[in-house]
Design a protein around this ligand. Structure first.
Ligand SMILES: NC(=O)c1ccc[n+]([C@@H]2O[C@H](COP(=O)([O-])OP(=O)(O)OC[C@H]3O[C@@H](n4cnc5c(N)ncnc54)[C@H](O)[C@@H]3O)[C@@H](O)[C@H]2O)c1
Ligand SMILES: O=c1ccn([C@@H]2O[C@H](COP(=O)(O)OP(=O)(O)O[C@H]3O[C@H](CO)[C@@H](O)[C@H](O)[C@H]3O)[C@@H](O)[C@H]2O)c(=O)[nH]1
Length: 464
């Protein structure tokens, strides 16, 4: 049989993954569809809905040529021979597995829509991060609702991009992973998707495995990355108590080629929409498989992250002589990491809530996050009333404005611009003693101390 050639692709879900992932596909016609009209309008405008270095150029070069954004989900499905399902899979908020399991309602709705609308056979690709064996549920939904003569091949093709470096990651990925059933038909579908990627990814970086291994590998990769951060953060507490320095320890440990130096930066805690969600998903999977020890092991990674955030927040209160009531605290950075405007699970939110509970006044600055988004985060998308906290919160347009008269400055995101601030000028504008808390280890502690700041850095003991 001649190999299947993909001529038209549809991607369901125009989010942080769907948009960038499909924007880098050359030649082949790709239509990204979403139910959210506002999001699609933004993708079709000069103000893209997400901030990602290099994304603007890539989208503007392809849009209207081989890249299209639309809310016409049905048309997108009908015309495509390969469909990426790239919808959100958040943690369940209620019902069985609440707080741990992935909520697959968006994925299931999209799958059902494909079955109902498709008039010809399709390759359906799980791009969203999903629990192991989700492809089975998708197959059941597709087969139960499909029209006669329509056949669906399901592939797993998890995405490994990190926000802030998405475009680099997509153009030169460490690997592309494709999972398929090991039947002839499954392998043919896998080859069809391989050929799409082979347009720009070297063949030896395209890994083909079984469906379940592919699904589990995504959860495993995130769990092991997050575990590294929790490990280094656990060590940062020991450093603070002993006088060791976590950057030096991480440097020494990372020189071991078996370990490598990446992903060993101590921090105020990891954030982002994926790590916590995917580890909790793995915890739930382990429990469902009656593996309580395994579940406990992975749960500890998330618990250590919670501990790190509250440890840091408590340190601010302790250092400010055990009370921050009425004190002004500048929060520098709101995004969960630099080079993104994404705030999902950002540690800055946890810290701000902690400071507000202690009745401090907070001044927030972030170069990429809008005022509206910060308010959505502070009110948990409307679940917490804004009125009582309004007098305690200011959102500033500049670092200087945020730091004016601040008794403490807390760096929550590692934005490059914070490294090169005029710290003397900021110091001159602060009451004494002036405190800085470096939650990202990006500041020159010695220089700031010489200016007169009292500096507390994660994983850095005071003892010489
Ligand atoms: N954000 C990341 O960096 C990242 C990286 C790798 C993998 N992932 C995974 O990829 C998936 C998507 O993540 P995201 O960050 O892009 O989410 P997102 O919330 O930014 O985007 C998902 C989009 O899907 C749309 N959608 C939901 N149901 C739909 C339906 N039935 N029909 C049409 N559109 C629908 C939503 O309106 C939304 O715009 C998740 O499973 C996530 O875990 C995310
Ligand atoms: O040494 C480090 C590295 C990261 N972080 C923090 O960890 C979080 C996550 O960072 P990162 O992994 O760089 O960004 P994400 O966009 O969340 O990407 C992760 O999650 C994605 C979604 O599944 C995966 O595709 C990526 O491979 C995986 O890196 C952020 O708060 C970072 O500040 C640290 O504290 N120390």
């Amino acid at each position: 049989m001649a190999p299947i050639q993909v001529k038209k692709i549809c991607c369901i879900g125009a989010g942080y993954v769907g948009g960038p992932t499909c924007a880098v596909i050359p030649h082949i016609q790709v239509t990204i569809v979403d139910l959210n009209q506002q999001r699609i309008d933004a993708w079709n405008s000069d103000e893209l809905p997400i901030y990602e270095p290099g994304l603007d150029e890539v989208v503007k070069a392809a849009r209207g040529k081989n890249l299209f954004f639309s809310t016409d989900v049905d048309k997108g499905i009908e015309e495509a021979d390969l469909i990426f399902v790239s919808v959100n899979t958040p943690t369940k908020k209620s019902g069985i597995g609440a707080g741990f399991a992935a909520d697959l309602k968006f994925l299931q709705l999209a799958t059902r829509r494909i079955a109902e609308v498709a008039k010809s056979s399709k390759i359906v690709v799980e791009k969203s991060t999903v629990p192991c064996r989700t492809a089975d549920a998708m197959r059941t939904i597709l087969e139960a609702n499909s029209k006669p003569g329509c056949h669906f091949d399901i592939l797993s093709n998890p995405e490994f991009l990190a926000e802030g470096t998405a475009i680099e990651d997509l153009f030169a990925p460490d690997r592309v992973l494709i999972g398929s059933l090991q039947t002839q038909q499954g392998k043919d579908a896998c080859e069809a998707l391989t050929q799409v990627y082979a347009n720009w990814v070297p063949r030896d970086r395209i890994l083909t495995v079984g469906l379940w291994s592919s699904e589990l590998s995504k959860l495993a990769a995130n769990a092991m990355l997050a575990q590294r951060i929790s490990s280094v953060n656990a060590l940062s507490a020991i450093c603070e108590a002993t006088g060791a320095n976590i950057d030096e320890v991480a440097y020494a440990v990372g020189k071991d080629t078996r370990m490598g130096s990446k992903f060993l930066k101590a921090s105020v805690g990891f954030g982002g929409s994926c790590f916590q969600k995917d580890i909790l998903n793995l915890v739930y999977l382990s429990e469902s498989l009656h593996l309580p020890e395994v579940a406990k092991y992975w749960r500890a990674v998330v618990e250590m992250n919670e501990y790190q955030k509250s440890r840091f927040a408590n340190k601010v209160v302790d250092t400010l002589f055990n009370t921050i009531t009425g004190k002004k605290i500048a929060i520098l950075g709101w995004a969960f990491k630099k080079d993104t405007g994404d705030t999902r699970e950002s540690p800055a939110i946890t810290l701000a809530n902690h400071f507000l509970t202690e009745k401090a006044r907070i001044n927030i600055y972030d170069p990429q996050v809008s005022k509206d988004q910060i308010w959505l985060d502070l009110t948990d998308y409307g679940d917490i009333p804004a009125e009582p906290i309004k007098p305690h919160v200011t959102i500033s347009q500049t670092v200087e404005e945020a730091c004016h008269n601040a008794e403490a400055i807390v760096v929550c995101t590692e934005w490059d611009e914070f490294k090169t601030l005029d710290w003397q000028k900021i110091y001159d504008d602060c009451p004494r003693p002036a405190f800085v808390f470096d939650g990202r280890l990006i500041l020159d502690r010695k220089a700031l101390t010489e200016i007169g700041f009292k500096v507390t850095s994660i994983g850095t003991g005071d003892r010489l």
